[in-house]
Design a protein around this ligand. Structure first.
Ligand SMILES: Nc1ncnc2c1ncn2[C@@H]1O[C@H](COP(=O)(O)OP(=O)(O)OP(=O)(O)O)[C@@H](O)[C@H]1O
Ligand SMILES: [Mg+2]
Length: 242
């Protein structure tokens, strides 16, 4: 891999490399995660949502290597506060388009996320760096227990409102053209699937607030975000990685 440069270390257990000419990215990691990502990219390729295309795939034992085309632009977390503010409408438009796709065969609903969280918490594998500051001192078992009483309500809301979610809709996974400040595409779609749109919006808003707090949330995303649902998904997400 001498002509491939590491692109920082993934927090997801995968390593990402960029080709010398910048045209391709290679992701090396657990075969199950990368199979999920490959299959979702294949599905997305048939739809009008910009992003990576699969160029090559190799699996060896429990590891795999997924090579994709580069999406132009810079990750949205590298924009200035003013840049993100300008790009925000384009970000919302891209998210609405993704959320509006029909016929998604992948589910990543609450029951799946809860099962993941239960496994991660039971293994003691929650990364405290992912937790909101005020939760970092609380045992993850306790954090998960606090969410359980809401599950019935959240399931019913999900059944009513589910859309095609990106699944990890943080600013680093949204690429933006720095000249036009418009979205060039999404990357990192291994968790894409039908879910409550608040699952995506929770991560989008939290990561956007780190760059430019107070960006508009209503009237842009096809629904008026419910702060309680945003908080629920924001607290569930860190328990599902590990
Ligand atoms: N095809 C691509 N085109 C453009 N940029 C890419 C591409 N693939 C990956 N990147 C860049 O590399 C970063 C990491 O890739 P990716 O998000 O797929 O991996 P990850 O496992 O989530 O790693 P991390 O935990 O560091 O986000 C992305 O945020 C993006 O900046
Ligand atoms: Mg990523």
């Amino acid at each position: 891999m001498s002509d491939w440069t590491p692109v920082g270390h993934g927090e997801s257990g995968a390593q990402v490399f960029r080709s010398a000419d910048g045209a391709r990215y290679a992701k090396w990691g657990p075969v199950a995660d990368l199979t999920a990502e490959r299959d979702r990219l294949a599905w997305l390729a048939g739809h009008d949502v910009p992003g990576q295309r699969v160029l090559d795939w190799q699996a060896a034992g429990d590891r795999a290597r997924l090579v994709t085309s580069a999406v132009g632009g810079v990750p949205a977390d590298r924009l200035s506060p003013a840049g993100l503010e300008t790009a925000w409408e384009s970000v919302a438009e891209a998210v609405r388009r993704l959320h509006g796709l029909p016929g998604c065969p992948f589910s990543r609903g609450l029951d799946r996320m809860l099962a993941l969280a239960e496994d991660v918490v039971a293994r003691g594998a929650v990364n405290p760096d992912f937790l909101p500051e005020e939760q970092a001192g609380t045992p993850p078992r306790e954090l998960l227990a606090r969410l359980r009483p809401e599950m019935g309500l959240r399931r019913a809301q999900e059944a009513r409102d589910e859309v095609v979610c990106h699944g990890d809709l943080t600013l680093p996974n949204i690429l933006v053209d720095p000249a036009t400040l418009t979205v060039t595409g999404f990357v990192d779609v291994g968790r894409l699937g039908r879910a409550d749109p608040h699952a995506d919006l929770a991560l989008l808003f939290a990561t956007a607030d780190e760059i430019r707090p107070g960006l508009p949330r209503t009237g842009l995303f096809g629904l008026d975000p419910d702060p309680d649902r945003i908080r629920f998904y924001l607290h569930l997400d860190p328990l599902t990685w590990g």
